[in-house]
Every structure is written in structure tokens, then in C-alpha cells.
Write a protein that binds this ligand. Structure first.
Ligand SMILES: Nc1nc2c(ncn2[C@@H]2O[C@H](COP(=O)(O)OP(=O)(O)OP(=O)(O)O)[C@@H](O)[C@H]2O)c(=O)[nH]1
Ligand SMILES: [Mg+2]
Length: 378
């Protein structure tokens, strides 16, 4: 991209300090125009990892720190108040060399992770997004394009390319949480389980079957990964309000990344999930482990045994869910396709190449898609 872009890295109006990023070929020139250092004047060209204290803007200006964080990349650390941030961004816009920071829904600009960073639900996902903001993903895409250009042997190309695609499933969930739906027959302890996992009383629990009529969701972090846990109405034949709840529950199950099917270990007969829930997103739990008496011949291998009341088996359940979603967390600085769109683009490019066994047209299509991932279509 040849333009210079100004973007806000921190959430608007929340923090005491805000970070504004300026990147592009004219970033340094732009900063020199607007920033007045407290000490010696700024050098002619930026020096990596140096920072200066001074004021920014017309008139008295506002006190800020200017830091050089990368090639053509600067950060301005300023007061976090909404007006100050807006005013500084406006100063850069008015300098006519900068584009405004991307606004949601503005086509290609959405691919810039600066705007995504504000929406990162956990510190762990924020740190992955920050790595991508610093170029981890773009650089990895450029490396693969370079291998194509240099006619690198196919196996070497494939290895490097597969590294780029490796974290695509994770990249889909840096902003959007994984959806985990707790489903099962009435009165098995679904709401109790959601409450126990959430660590506080959220869903209404009672000994009367059919208590939950609605869909209740809580946003949680399992080991730093964002998870939306949804409680649903017990699935059984019902009428009226409860039937509507059951209908909603079925829809939630269809959209879930993972369905936790709960059964009552204390019941005379366990109700197993119906065949319409895809097996790859289904986990079966037997709840009320604390109240189980004797051995259960219908307790199948592969079922997780838990108790919402005592907490038995819950740490193991959380660990199991986490490894389903993130079998291997990315090491720091590694490329992650950081939006669902980018994840789809690089995966399609890689699979197309493999299916075409590296032939000419598959290569051309992969190159086209990788350029698209860099925001350089055509
Ligand atoms: N002993 C024991 N009782 C539990 C456990 N979990 C839930 N219960 C009890 O089981 C009953 C039903 O719990 P809920 O959480 O309301 O069950 P549900 O599956 O959400 O029920 P519906 O919303 O009606 O479908 C309540 O009396 C709970 O206290 C558990 O682990 N052990
Ligand atoms: Mg319930």
C-alpha cells in the first residue's frame, strides 16, 4: 500500500492513554510537520526504536510521545480522552498526506488489524493481532509470493505455505468467540453447568423440568481464548413458550462450533443426542457425577463425567474444549490470518494449489489470492 494511514490502536475513550499509529511512506514527513520535540529537532530520517517527548498540533499542542516502531511505522502515545484522540487524528488528516483510520464496513480497509485490535476480546487474542499489525502475516504472505516468483521447488514452497495456513482456524476467532452451546433434555443441569463454568449465577436453575425457555449466553475466556457459552431450553416435545424456546435451542445447535450434550448421571435412563447433531462438533457429558450411585452400564467411553454442584471434572472439561479449538497455540510473532476473510482466502489458495498438484493454473490462482490477502487485488 503506498498511502499513509493513521489508525487508533486503543479503544476509544476507555484508556487513560491512547496509541495512534501512523504508517506508510510519508509517516515520518508527516510527523516532522506536526510534532515539536521538547529537546533537539527530529532527525531527517527515522531511527528505529527511538522515541521523543514533545507536543503535537497547531497552537499550544498536546503533550505526546512519538516512537519509531518499524519501517515507515510510528506510534503516538497521547492522552486517552476521546477529544484529544480525535483532534490528533484530525491534525494528521488535515495534513493531507494521511488517510483516515479505517471505519467498520469500509471494504478493503477492514483488513487492517488496527481497527480489529479495539475489538479483541482477550489479552491473548490482542497480542496475536498486535503481531499481525506489526506485519507477521503480511510478511509471511510476501515470503510465499517470493517463493512463487523464484520458482522454488514445490515441496519447499508447500512447507512454507502450510505454515501460513496452519493458524487459519484460530484466525477466525481472534475477534469473534467460539460458540459453545449447552444442550440436552430438560432438568439434566445445563443451566447449572453454564453457571458453574461462568463462575457466577446467571441462568435460572430449578428442579422443575423446562425451566429455561430462552437462550442465555455468557462471554468467557478459556485459557485466554474467547468463548461464548450458550444455555438452551431442554429439548423435548413441548407446547407454547417452552416449544418456542426449544425451537431457538435447535437453531443455536445448528450454528454452534461445539455442542455440549448434557445427560443426567442420576436418571434411570440417559437421553443420548439425536443423529442430526454433526458428530465432529458434539461432546457428551454426564452431569451430577456427585449423585451417581453404583456403576452405570450405559456410561460410554468418551463421555466426560462432571458435576455442576461440586465442580468435579470442570477443569478437565475446560482444558478439553480449549484443545479442541486451539490444539497448538501460535508462538509469539508467528503469522496468523487474522480475520475470517483472510483465513478463507489463504486456505482456498493452499487447497487449490495442493489439489492442482502445483500445476500452472493452480499456481496462478494461488498468487492471485495471496495478493488479494495483501489487499493488492489483480
Ligand atoms: N446433585 C446434583 N444436582 C444437580 C447438578 N447439576 C444440576 N443439578 C440439579 O438439577 C436440577 C436441574 O438443574 P438445571 O440447571 O435447572 O437443569 P436444566 O438442564 O437447565 O433444566 P431445563 O432448563 O429445565 O431444561 C436442579 O435442581 C439442580 O440443582 C449436579 O451436578 N449434581
Ligand atoms: Mg435450564
Amino acid at each position: 500500500m503506498s498511502d499513509t494511514v493513521v489508525s487508533l490502536l486503543t479503544p476509544v475513550g476507555v484508556g487513560a492513554i491512547a496509541t495512534i499509529e501512523l504508517w506508510g511512506p510519508k509517516a515520518w514527513g508527516c510527523a516532522r510537520q506536526l510534532f515539536r520535540p521538547a529537546g533537539k529537532p527530529l532527525p531527517d530520517s527515522p531511527e528505529l526504536h527511538r522515541f521523543w517527548f514533545g507536543t503535537l498540533g497547531e497552537g499550544a499542542g498536546d503533550e505526546v510521545i512519538l516512537a519509531v516502531t518499524g519501517v515507515d511505522r510510528l506510534e503516538i502515545h497521547c492522552h486517552g480522552g476521546r477529544r484529544v484522540v480525535q483532534w490528533i487524528i484530525d491534525q494528521f488528516r488535515a495534513s493531507e498526506v494521511c488517510l483516515p483510520y479505517p471505519l467498520a464496513g469500509e471494504g478493503k480497509d477492514q483488513l487492517i488489524p488496527a481497527s480489529l485490535l479495539q475489538h479483541a476480546p482477550t489479552l491473548r487474542t490482542a497480542s496475536i493481532l498486535l503481531d499481525q499489525l506489526h506485519g507477521a502475516f503480511d510478511n509471511a504472505v510476501r515470503r510465499v509470493l517470493e517463493l512463487f516468483r523464484n520458482h522454488t521447488p514445490y515441496p519447499v514452497l508447500l512447507t512454507e505455505f502450510s505454515d501460513l495456513v496452519r493458524f487459519a482456524p484460530l484466525g477466525r476467532h481472534l475477534v469473534e468467540p467460539w460458540k459453545v452451546v449447552v444442550a440436552g433434555p430438560p432438568n439434566v443441569g445445563k443451566s447449572s453447568l453454564v453457571n458453574a463454568l461462568a463462575g457466577y449465577q446467571r441462568a435460572v436453575v430449578s428442579e422443575i423440568a423446562g425451566t429455561t425457555r430462552d437462550v442465555v449466553s455468557v462471554q468467557l475466556a478459556f485459557d485466554g481464548w474467547p468463548v461464548e457459552l450458550t444455555d438452551t431450553a431442554g429439548l423435548r416435545a413441548a407446547e407454547g413458550l417452552e416449544a418456542e424456546g426449544i425451537d431457538l435451542a435447535r437453531r443455536e445447535v445448528a450454528e454452534a462450533d461445539l455442542v455440549l450434550w448434557v445427560m443426567d448421571g442420576n436418571a434411570s435412563r440417559m437421553v443420548w443426542p439425536s443423529a442430526d447433531i454433526p458428530i465432529e462438533k458434539l461432546a457428551t457429558l454426564i452431569n451430577k457425577a456427585d449423585a451417581m450411585v453404583g456403576s452405570r452400564p450405559d456410561l460410554q467411553a468418551g463421555c466426560l463425567l462432571v458435576s455442576a454442584t461440586t465442580g468435579q471434572g470442570l477443569p478437565q472439561l475446560v482444558k478439553w474444549i480449549t484443545t479442541q479449538f486451539v490444539p497448538e497455540p501460535p508462538p509469539p510473532g508467528v503469522a496468523v490470518p487474522y480475520t475470517p476473510e483472510l483465513a478463507s482466502i489463504v486456505t482456498a489458495a493452499y487447497l487449490g494449489l495442493v489439489q492442482g498438484n502445483g500445476n500452472q493454473s493452480a499456481r496462478a490462482e494461488a498468487i492471485r489470492l495471496l495478493r488479494e490477502a495483501l489487499g493488492q487485488p489483480g
